[in-house]
Write a protein that binds this ligand. Structure first.
Ligand code: NAP
Length: 264
C-alpha cells in the first residue's frame, strides 16, 4: 500500500487492525499513525515505527485514509472537531462505528466527501478478519484503496449500507458466538476425557478445518455433514440430540436478538 493510514481512537478494534497491518509486508509501520487520548498503552508501537499521538489533528494531517475506530457515541463529535482539517481531495474517511450512518457523517463533512463504513472483526489481529464495507460518493480508486487496506487484514466484501447492522451481527458479534461454541465443545471434550489444553487444540483445529472445507469446496454445510453421519451412528445421534435441545434454533434466535438490539 502507498497510502498513509490514521486510526483515530485506537482501542480494542483499532489495535487488532494495527496488529494485523504490522504483520503484513503490504505496509510499513511508518505509514501508520494511531491516536487515543491516553496513549500509554500504545507507546510500545513507537518502537516498531508507528507514530503514536493523542493529537487527532496531527494524525489527520499526516494521512490519506482516516479510520475512525471510536465508540459510536463519540464518532460524530470527533468528526465535527476535525472537520476543518479534513480535505475531500486528500482524505478518505472510514468509520467503524456501529449504527452511525454514512448520511450522518456526510451531514457534517459535506456531500463531496468519499465516506466509508467498514465492519471488520477482531480476527484482524491475526489477519483473518471478514470486513464488510459500504460507501457513499466513493469512486473506484477510493474503493480499491479501502479494500486494499482491509484486504491486508483478511477478506473483504462490499455490501449495501442497509445491511451494515446485519454485517455487524454476523461478522463482528459472530466472533463471540463462534468462541462460545468452541468453549462448549472444549467443555464437552473435558467431560469425555481430555485435559483442557488438548481439548482446546483438537477443537480449534477442527473448527478451522470445518471452516476451510466450506471456504475451499464452496459446498453447503449439510453436504459435508452428510459425509460424517453414518446411519444409526454416533454423529447423527449427537447432532439430533443437540437439535432436540434447540441448537440451531438458539443460534438463530441469538442472532436475531443481537440484530434487534442494534436496531433499537
Ligand atoms: N469490537 C468489535 O469487534 C467491533 C467490530 C466492528 C466494529 N466495532 C466498532 O468499533 C468501534 C470501537 O470499538 P472498540 O471495542 O475498539 O472500542 P474501544 O476499545 O473503546 O476503543 C475506542 C478508543 O477511542 C479512544 N478515544 C475516545 N475518545 C477519543 C478522542 N476524542 N480522540 C481519540 N481517541 C479517543 C479511547 O481511548 P481513550 O479513552 O484513551 O481516548 C478508546 O481506546 C465501535 O464504534 C464499535 O461499534 C467494534
Amino acid at each position: 500500500m502507498k497510502n498513509k493510514i490514521a486510526i483515530i481512537g485506537c482501542g480494542n478494534l483499532g489495535l487488532s487492525i494495527v496488529n494485523g497491518l504490522l504483520d503484513t509486508d503490504n505496509i510499513s509501520p511508518t505509514q501508520l499513525t494511531v491516536t487515543r487520548r491516553n496513549i500509554a498503552s500504545l507507546e510500545y508501537l513507537t518502537a516498531k515505527g508507528v507514530c503514536v499521538t493523542s493529537d487527532n489533528s496531527q494524525a489527520v494531517a499526516d494521512s490519506e485514509i482516516v479510520i475512525f475506530a471510536l465508540k459510536p457515541y463519540k464518532l460524530l463529535e470527533v468528526v465535527q472537531d476535525l472537520k476543518q482539517e479534513l480535505d475531500f481531495n486528500k482524505h478518505i474517511i472510514v468509520s467503524l462505528a456501529t449504527g452511525i450512518s454514512l448520511k450522518e457523517i456526510n451531514e457534517i463533512l459535506g456531500e463531496a466527501f468519499p465516506v466509508f463504513r467498514a465492519m471488520p472483526n477482531t480476527a484482524a489481529d491475526v489477519n483473518m478478519s471478514m470486513t464488510c464495507i459500504s460507501s457513499f460518493n466513493a469512486n473506484d480508486e477510493a474503493i480499491n484503496k479501502v479494500r486494499e487496506c482491509f484486504n491486508s487484514i483478511g477478506d473483504t466484501i462490499i455490501i449495501d449500507e442497509e445491511l451494515m447492522d446485519s454485517a455487524t451481527v454476523l461478522g463482528a458479534c459472530g466472533i463471540a458466538y463462534v468462541l462460545r461454541f468452541i468453549r462448549g465443545m472444549i467443555q464437552g471434550g473435558i467431560e469425555i476425557g481430555f485435559d483442557a489444553k488438548i481439548a482446546s487444540r483438537i477443537v480449534t483445529q477442527t473448527v478451522k478445518g470445518a471452516s476451510e472445507l466450506l471456504i475451499q469446496r464452496k459446498e453447503h454445510p449439510e453436504f459435508e455433514i452428510d459425509k460424517v453421519t453414518t446411519p444409526k451412528g454416533c454423529t447423527i445421534a449427537g447432532l439430533n440430540e443437540m437439535e432436540h435441545n434447540g441448537f440451531s434454533s438458539a443460534l438463530i434466535k441469538g442472532i436475531v436478538t443481537s440484530y434487534n438490539k442494534i436496531e433499537k
